[in-house]
Write a protein that binds this ligand. Structure first.
Ligand SMILES: *Cc1c(COP(=O)(O)O)cnc(C)c1O
Length: 462
């Protein structure tokens, strides 16, 4: 057997063993391996994944939006290795360590600020994005309660939003595919209409749409005086909801409404944080600071599961008391894991060292140029972009924006076409998107655009 044949045989054997014992996330397992290929990966370098079968795959989705600077980024790998040699983990209740402390200081220094508003001043760690949302919800509710306000037990979330999969976080989601089955188990938030500019009325600007939706949000606040604990938003881009984008004016109005009604603003920057939208945090583009900032995914540069919830001194102080009941007793075993903190510190260091945001501005401009020809495609309703996130909305009929029949599985067709050509696109329904690692270069972007173009043709062909 030659080398290539041996690799293919190895990949096939691996696939069989995998499908005998594993259960993969967000997957109808019955579709493996016939409808959906399963791709065993041996290593990752830069923007590329290397398959056990010897083939290379461009990771255009940053491995579910986690990876920032490319796979195997040596500075992060070295920081984790060094930390593992010193202290791999220690209980974080009653104990502290250098990476945990330094990371908190660094995150607070980098957090979005708003003039005339006290800055975010406290960091609470957890171990994934959903857990960060649970922390923020519980803290918000409990802070009001500790302040003697026991009626504030409801949350406002946006339609088409997504905040994770645990029961509390899923409660805030408005994506039927994820939510519907579990609906009997979930909290019932108030849903405010998303300011999504794709849903703007004919001739309405994104900004006008944002203001119209903010007026509707104001009506919800007015109808529920004293009942609402917090408003939860994904600033600028609703990622899981199809990379739908809105004008920052909405966030400014939301901030004002929260202040006027004594409601907390929870910014879920789990996906959009760490440079995806062009600024380090999306809130910066609206000039606002939230009461809670939830971070995960890119926090460790994509190396380790970790999350952080940043909040204000006012929230923190509401918990200080002689009673344990007034304390925030929430914990996760791996809270403040030193390896995760070391990775996150190294990742923040790279932003400064490599002037990453400036490089991304150039990359984002190039992405826009490369995607421009797709705007005229008869099955493309919209090409939209915020920073390093670019989305292409496929439809059956461009003038009416009528979607393809679900049975066509246009997104899946595009996925299969791309993976066969060495590109990982993982469409959200029929919405293709590019969210590449920040090391992506000219040739890689060109390749991505070429394969996306032919993938769209394959998805839309009869
Ligand atoms: C991914 C995501 C989450 C959940 O994070 P997990 O680590 O997957 O639990 C929450 N909010 C947003 C906006 C996300 O994109």
């Amino acid at each position: 057997m030659d080398d290539a044949a041996r690799r293919l045989a190895e990949a096939r054997a691996w696939r069989d063993r995998d499908l005998a014992v594993l259960w993969h996330p967000c997957t109808q397992m019955k579709e493996h391996p016939d409808t959906l290929p399963l791709v065993p990966i041996r290593r990752g370098r830069g923007a590329w994944l290397e398959g056990v079968d010897g083939r290379r795959y461009l990771d255009a989705v940053s491995s579910w939006w986690t990876n920032l600077f490319g796979h195997g980024e040596p500075r992060i790998a070295a920081a984790i290795a060094a930390q593992a040699g010193e202290l791999e983990h220690v209980i974080f209740a009653g104990f502290s360590h250098e990476p945990g402390l330094k990371l908190a200081e660094a995150l607070l220094a980098a957090a979005p600020r708003q003039p005339d508003r006290p800055p975010l001043a406290r960091v609470f760690y957890a171990d994934n994005g959903s857990a960060a949302i649970e922390v923020a919800l519980k803290m918000s509710f409990h802070a009001h309660r500790n302040a003697g306000d026991t009626r504030r037990s409801r949350f406002i979330a946006l339609t088409n939003g997504y905040h994770g999969e645990t029961i509390g976080a899923l409660s805030l989601a408005d994506i039927p595919l994820y939510r519907r089955v579990y609906a009997p188990l979930l909290l019932e938030p108030l849903f405010a209409p998303s300011p999504d500019a794709y849903e703007a009325e004919p001739g309405e600007s994104a900004e006008a749409c944002a203001h119209r939706r903010a007026d509707e949000l104001a009506a919800i606040f007015a109808a529920h005086p004293g009942e609402i604990s917090a408003l939860v938003v994904e600033p600028l881009v609703q990622c899981a909801g199809g990379m739908r984008m809105h004008h920052p004016a909405y966030l400014r109005r939301a901030r004002e409404l929260c202040d006027a009604h004594g409601v907390h603003l929870i910014a879920d920057e789990i996906a959009v944080g760490f440079g995806r939208t062009g600024t380090l945090f999306a809130c910066e583009q609206a000039g606002i600071a939230p009461d809670f900032l939830c971070l995960s995914k890119g926090l460790t540069g994509g190396f380790l599961p970790m999350s952080a919830v940043l909040t204000t001194a006012a929230v923190y102080e509401a918990f200080l008391d002689d009673s344990r009941e007034r304390a925030f007793l929430h914990s996760h075993s791996y809270t403040g894991n030193p390896l995760g903190c070391a990775a996150a510190l190294a990742s923040l260091g790279i932003f400064a060292e490599d002037d990453v945001l400036a490089g991304n501005a150039r990359r984002a401009a190039r992405m826009a140029e490369l995607a421009a020809p797709l705007r005229d495609h008869p099955n493309v309703a919209e090409v939209r972009q915020t920073g390093m996130i670019l989305a292409i909305e496929l439809v059956a009929d461009r003038p009416t924006r009528a979607p393809f029949a679900a049975s066509r599985r246009a997104g899946l067709r595009a996925y299969r076409h791309a993976i066969e050509r060495g590109v990982v696109l993982r469409p959200l329904g029929d919405i293709l998107y590019w969210m590449p690692p920040y090391c992506v270069g000219e040739e890689e972007l060109q390749h991505l655009a070429d394969v996306t173009t032919t993938a769209i043709a394959a998805a839309c062909a009869d």
